[in-house]
Write a protein that binds this ligand. Structure first.
Ligand code: SF4
Length: 186
């Protein structure tokens, strides 16, 4: 999932958002949890669950959590299992800069594989030592060094490609405006 969202990512292990869930049974209203596990043809139950999700203030966090936990069961974040399927599959490619920035700020947030590589690439280019990257990503120094080797190869490959493209670009002669292009000023 590619996203340029400004949504504040959830800190790993934080469940406090569930206190605001619209599907939570409280002293004021009861919600049948089974409503969120309808069969594929139970349109009325699906509609009822989605109506609750549509009013939920933590819908986005609920969806993120389901994706990050690989929770494919039931309606989450207003989406059915079938509707979430493609998002689950694309999660490893998600690049959300809010998460990358939160990681550099020391936050403990879920990172996709692509986001993890983006952190390593940015850290490598900023000259951040491998042991600091290890602390940011909560991985071993060996693993951080491996990510740096990958980042170095990726950057070198990208630079080579840019140089080749620049060399191959045809030289376009400067366009001399035709008299007609000059309009009334001619
Ligand atoms: S989005 Fe729907 S399933 Fe998720 S917490 Fe809100 S009401 Fe419950």
């Amino acid at each position: 999932m590619h996203s340029a969202t400004t949504h504040e990512p959830r800190t790993l292990g934080d469940h406090t958002w569930q206190d605001q869930a619209a599907c939570r049974t409280s002293t004021h209203h009861t919600v049948d949890p089974e409503l969120f596990f309808p069969g594929p043809d139970e349109i009325d139950r699906i509609t009822a669950a989605k109506t609750i999700c549509a009013q939920c203030p933590v819908r986005r966090t609920c969806l993120d959590t389901a994706l990050e936990n690989g929770d494919r069961d039931g309606i989450r974040g207003g989406l059915t299992e079938e509707e979430r399927d493609a998002l689950h599959s694309r999660l490893p490619q998600r690049v959300d800069y809010a998460r990358i920035n939160a990681t550099f700020a020391g936050g403990d947030v879920h990172l996709s594989r692509a986001e993890r590589r983006a952190v390593a690439r940015d850290a490598y280019q900023a000259g951040i030592p491998a042991d600091r990257l290890a602390r940011l990503l909560k991985i071993t120094v060996e693993h951080a060094k491996k990510l740096y080797r990958h980042a170095a190869r990726e950057i070198s490959h990208r630079n080579t490609k840019t140089t080749r493209t620049a060399k191959a670009a045809p030289i376009t002669p400067a366009k001399t405006p035709a008299r007609a292009d000059l309009g009334t000023a001619a």
